[in-house]
Write a new protein. Structure first.
Length: 117
């Protein structure tokens, strides 16, 4: 559940970039970019996925890939291409790719304990 925001930057395939204020949502699988942002950085849909919302309804959205930058790290990550009215979300897949975990008690992103076994 999202209870805090973090600021970052996203880049598209032509290195165009935009600043984004993400709602950290540990209940979301993929991160989501608002329509205005993903269009500005030149992302194109790569595939469609069906997602279940918190109320149990399902929506179909297109997915692409973006380069995301936070002060804790940067990496490529899958992103949902949002539609009108969608808010930027930072999902668990992006957090894991960056080696971060969300601490809900102090509302911070912290390094993940990385295992190699």
């Amino acid at each position: 559940m999202g209870i805090t925001y973090v600021e970052g930057r996203v880049k598209g395939p032509s290195n165009k970039e935009e600043a984004v204020k993400f709602l950290v949502d540990s209940g979301a699988t993929y991160s989501l970019l608002p329509e205005k942002v993903w269009q500005a950085i030149g992302l194109k849909p790569k595939r469609k996925e069906t997602f279940t919302l918190a109320d149990g309804t399902t929506v179909e959205r297109t997915v692409s890939e973006a380069y995301i930058v936070f002060h804790q790290g940067e990496a490529h990550t899958p992103v949902i291409l949002g539609e009108k009215g969608d808010e930027a979300l930072l999902g668990v897949v992006t957090l894991e790719i960056l080696g971060l975990v969300f601490n809900p008690f102090d509302r911070t992103l912290n390094p993940m304990r990385m295992l190699l076994s």
